[in-house]
Design a protein around this ligand. Structure first.
Ligand SMILES: Cc1cc2nc3c(=O)[nH]c(=O)nc-3n(C[C@H](O)[C@H](O)[C@H](O)COP(=O)(O)O)c2cc1C
Ligand code: SF4
Length: 514
């Protein structure tokens, strides 16, 4: 047995922004000066962001956690024999036993924070590529049926059944088909896509390869948010390594079939996350919405049948093909099957990534996992599902995490982002922001959104300035109705939802300011 200690210092963007690179450098220097045999692994983050930089050391089969570590703590950690799991004020015990992690069900994120992100061997040693190996032995119809039976629904926002989308592409006759991964991740408070790409890129590549082989698509693209330079670099490096290992490109795993993958940097607009706009952008054009029908599954990229799926949807496919549809659908509730990757953000004490089966109430996420607000003040509102999602009122915090039950209270789960606000928030300002955001991000193709959002800001300003308050409140509701029913896509069609939630649940904030 080697005496070399394995130390893990995360290299994901959040950990690095909190000083993980300096900690890694200090670890390496300290090990050298003490003549300690240390193998430093730059893993992904476990997603316990308030504890980053979270340093782990492998002690036998257990990983012991220490955090948050600063460079000035490093010498003390060595003095405390942390390489063998020694006691220290920053010691958190075995990582897997930290309640935040122990209470989760990590299926899609099973390897995140555990593997060396760019090691194909590490990925395979932790169950990677078993799903693809199974899929290669199956017919395309059977693979699509497995994804359908697992109950997987799109994690990008609309929660459309993934298998049904794939079936449309499978049965569409065409010489060329495509698989496009939507990694634009524009929703406020979200980072799950980035974590996958930076911390376990092969799970996404494997999921896309399974999709390509199943529906007969030989080419794929990952359209990655341009503000994610590290994810772009990691994905490019991972693609190269997958090709070198015959897991991507020509003759995948010797099966005689091919799937080629390209990484593309996104244009930098919220609307480019909408799938038809994304396809325009991928084709080199300005990101504008396309009329539907035809659906992208029939006429998508370069007018060919195209699967467009979110990162988490595609990254959930390998485990379904590895362990079977029944295994996956066993988790969850109602029509929301499998696990949801919740991202806790905003004014929250313990922000980070929580993967759990659908079903628990929102309250559990906010208090059991999140620990309440970071300021210690009461939580007054939570915006769920991104900038187009309603503000959830505390009276609705018992709503279970379930697509239909959220919809029943006028809210949405979307991509799983939760942005928390304490009781100092001005909800009138938040309502104004929803309209302003829509006005700025509108692609301009249809009038209710392009003009309506600008008028929305003006009407809210009039209300807040005490100008004809009651008639302007009425006008605001009418304007919201017009945008909801008349907009061409969900940007204009849903931007009124946060506004309506303020009107309905926080009316005291949408009135003339004192
Ligand atoms: C304005 C707007 C922005 C969107 N942004 C994203 C995004 O950043 N990422 C994403 O996966 N889906 C986004 N969507 C949803 C996509 O249009 C599409 O439904 C999704 O990529 C389909 O993948 P899924 O079925 O796996 O969720 C957005 C939709 C709208 C209307
Ligand atoms: S709703 Fe807005 S973003 Fe969507 S098509 Fe109309 S103008 Fe463009």
């Amino acid at each position: 047995m080697s005496n070399t200690a394995k130390v893990f210092v995360p290299a994901d963007t959040t950990a690095r922004s909190l000083g993980a690179d300096n900690v890694a450098a200090a670890m390496a220097a300290e090990a050298q000066s003490r003549g300690a045999a240390v193998e430093l692994v730059r893993n992904g983050s476990r997603g316990l962001y308030w504890l980053e930089p979270l340093v782990e050391v492998a002690v036998g089969d257990t990983r012991m956690a220490y955090g948050p570590v600063e460079p000035k703590n490093v010498a003390g950690l060595f003095d405390a024999s942390f390489l063998t799991g020694g006691k220290h004020p920053l010691a958190l015990g075995p990582t897997e036993q930290i309640p935040y992690l122990a209470k989760q069900t990590r299926l899609t994120f099973a390897r995140v924070g555990i593997v060396d992100p760019l090691s194909v061997d590490d990925y395979r040693a932790h169950g990677g590529y078993r799903g693809l190996a199974n899929a290669i032995q199956m017919s395309g119809e059977d693979v699509v049926a497995t994804v359908t039976n697992a109950g997987l629904r799109g994690r990008g926002g609309a929660a459309f059944p993934t298998g049904i989308k794939w079936k449309t592409v499978l049965t569409a006759p065409a010489e060329q088909k495509y698989v496009v991964c939507n990694a634009d991740e524009g929703d406020s408070g979200t980072f799950a896509d980035r974590m996958i790409m930076e911390s376990d890129p092969f799970v996404l590549i494997e999921g896309m390869t399974i999709a390509g082989l199943a529906v007969g698509a030989t080419r794929g693209f990952v359209y990655i948010r341009c503000e994610y330079p590290q994810a772009i670099r990691t994905m490019r490096a991972a693609v190269e390594r997958a090709v070198a290992a015959d897991l991507l490109g020509e003759d995948i795993m010797g099966c005689g079939r091919s799937f080629h993958l390209e990484i593309r940097e996104a244009a930098g607009a919220y609307i480019c996350g909408e799938e038809t706009s994304l396809l325009e952008s991928l084709e080199g054009k300005r990101g504008m919405i396309r009329y539907r029908p035809p659906l992208p599954a029939i006429k998508g990229l370069f007018a060919k049948p195209t699967i467009v799926n979110n990162v988490i949807s595609l990254a959930s496919v390998p485990i379904i093909l590895d362990k079977g549809a029944d295994f996956y659908k066993n988790y969850g509730t109602g029509r929301s099957r499998g696990t949801l990757t919740v991202q806790l953000a905003g004014n929250i004490k313990q922000g980070g990534l929580v993967e759990i089966g659908f079903g628990p109430p929102l309250r559990d996420l906010l208090y059991d996992f999140g620990g309440g607000s970071a300021t210690g003040r009461p939580i007054r509102a939570v915006q769920a599902g991104g900038p187009l999602g309603a503000y959830v009122h505390p009276s609705q915090f018992d709503t279970p995490l379930d697509y239909e039950q959220f919809a029943a209270v006028g809210a949405m789960i979307g991509h799983g982002g939760l942005v928390v606000f304490d009781d100092t928030v001005d909800m009138g300002e938040q309502a104004r922001f929803a309209m302003e955001f829509c006005a700025i991000e509108s692609c301009g193709k249809c009038t209710p959104c392009r003009i309506g959002a600008v008028r929305g800001v003006e009407v809210i300003d009039r209300i807040r300035n005490g100008v004809n308050e009651s008639s302007n409140l009425e006008l605001l509701r009418e304007l919201c109705d017009t945008m909801v029913s008349g907009s061409l896509c969900a940007l204009g069609g849903m931007a009124p939802f946060p506004v309506l939630s303020v009107l309905n649940h926080f009316p005291e904030d949408l009135k003339a300011r004192a």
